[in-house]
Design a protein around this ligand. Structure first.
Ligand code: HEC
Length: 145
């Protein structure tokens, strides 16, 4: 009886061990991982953007605005042109969608690249059209790809 219990425990231990070895399988260890964590902030942005964009690429401009851009553009944080503020938007709308898209992708002054979002270019364009047209503009959404 005692022997059985010990054997059961040993089996259970082996099982746990093999499960945890399995869970770690395939992960590079050592120096490479150290490098990964040192460059993590940069790598995260570069690697996350395309995949997240592809996965979420079909969000509407309104959805993206409300979940991301509104954080600054609703109240005018850091001098962000407020949604609906025609005076603030008029000179920007004059740049056209291409010009606005360029500065939104690259970021501008207090605005981080892509407004800090994971939106892809098509989503950003839709969002800019949404924002501009709520603010006196008459931009056209680019044709869906
Ligand atoms: C952290 C705050 C912040 C967030 C979040 C943010 N913006 Fe902005 N945005 C700004 C500020 C500040 C400006 C004004 C920049 C300037 O002209 O100095 C701006 C300007 C702009 C402009 C005008 C650019 C130009 O060339 O005049 C566009 C277009 C824009 N934002 C789009 C967006 C979109 C789309 C999002 C969401 C995906 C977004 N922003 C999220 C702060 C933000």
């Amino acid at each position: 009886m005692l022997q059985l219990n010990i054997r059961t425990l040993a089996t259970a231990g082996a099982l746990v061990l093999s499960v945890s070895v399995f869970a770690m399988g395939g992960r590079p260890k050592g120096d490479e991982e150290g490098t990964n964590s040192r460059i993590a902030p940069v790598a995260h942005v570069e690697l996350a953007a395309p995949s997240a964009g592809a996965a979420a690429g079909s969000r509407s401009g309104e959805q993206i605005y409300k979940t991301i851009c509104a954080a600054c553009h609703e109240a005018g944080v850091a001098n962000a042109p407020k949604l609906g503020d025609k005076t603030a938007w008029a000179p920007r709308i004059a740049l056209g969608l291409d010009g606005l898209l360029k500065s939104a992708i690259a970021g501008k002054n207090a605005m981080p690249p892509k407004g800090g979002s994971d939106a892809n270019d098509a989503e950003l364009a839709r969002t800019i059209v949404y924002m501009a047209n709520k603010s006196g503009g008459n931009l056209k959404e680019p044709a869906a790809k």
